[in-house]
Design a binder for this molecule. Structure first.
Ligand SMILES: [Mn+2]
Length: 272
């Protein structure tokens, strides 16, 4: 049995099919870990989400910011933006079913030292706190009050710092931002920096990539993330970043979770 980890799909269903064929992926034996953002931006969002859902227990995915955005559009809490490709899912005969499935997916997966999240692990938290906060929001998203939870996540300003005085909806918003949108933090206060969008080495302000601000807290782990296409496929000590920007023509990357073998759907330049 091999567990493969694959970066953000963003509707790149053809590339996923090609990559699985290349890996000789066997649904009965092998497993797939996906860093989330299955949909939006790319050409085949509906096919991509169906493909992953139909893999059943062979595939594990975590929620990304675009997945949460789809759930927001589905419940009417959000409206689709220009360039979005979520309509084909919302209009599909099985659209409700797919969104129901999506809201049951986790924000964080941990098996022994292996951890899967979309954006990252908040450097102000221990791994135990990360898990606790993920489980809490997952329960709220998969439970009966999911609409209210989505309203709370999207309605209003994201608090940049976690604290005990945060109200419930602010806490939900912070947790969602940390797991699905984080890139940079302030190195002193560890406040989330949600305005920096570029690569890891050239922030325009006083900001540090979250994994560089994390100290030794996660050093014993083997963490897999997507979300940050400007970071690309990169190995940084305990972190494997996997968003190689398939939707922008960069190809889809897979690594074997338990040994560092890299495959790609194409003959990608970033692997040469
Ligand atoms: Mn993302």
């Amino acid at each position: 049995m091999t567990t493969y980890v694959i970066g953000d799909l963003h509707g790149c269903a053809d590339e996923l099919s090609r990559l699985l064929k290349k890996l000789k992926f066997n649904q009965k034996k092998d497993r797939l870990w996906l860093t989330g953002d299955l949909i939006n931006r790319g050409p085949k969002s509906l096919e991509a989400i169906r493909l992953v859902r139909d893999l059943g227990h062979a595939a594990v995915t975590v929620l990304g910011n675009h997945d949460l955005h789809l759930l927001g559009c589905w419940t009417g809490v959000r409206t689709a933006r220009a360039g979005d490709t979520v309509d084909e899912i919302l209009k599909a005969h099985d659209g409700d079913e797919l969104c129901e499935w999506l809201r049951q997916q986790p924000l964080m997966v941990r098996e022994k030292q292996h951890v899967l999240v979309h954006a990252g692990l908040y450097p102000g938290w221990s791994i135990e706190t990360c898990e606790k906060r993920a489980r809490k929001l997952e329960a709220q998203l998969s439970g009966d009050n999911y609409r209210e939870t989505l309203e709370n996540i999207f309605d209003g300003k994201t608090p940049l710092q976690d604290s005990k005085v945060l109200q419930r909806h602010e806490r939900q918003r912070f947790t969602a931002a940390a797991f699905t949108r984080m890139r940079f933090v302030n190195p002193d206060s560890l406040a989330l920096n949600m305005s920096e969008k570029g690569g890891p080495s050239s922030p325009s302000s006083h900001a540090l990539p979250w994994f560089e601000a994390a100290g030794n807290e996660f050093a014993e782990l083997n963490v897999f993330t997507g979300h940050w296409a400007a970071l690309g496929h990169q190995q940084h000590q305990w972190l494997t970043a996997l968003d190689s920007g398939c939707v922008w023509g960069g190809g889809l990357t897979a690594v074997e979770r338990d040994k560092p073998t890299v495959s790609c759907c194409e003959d990608c330049s970033h692997l040469r």
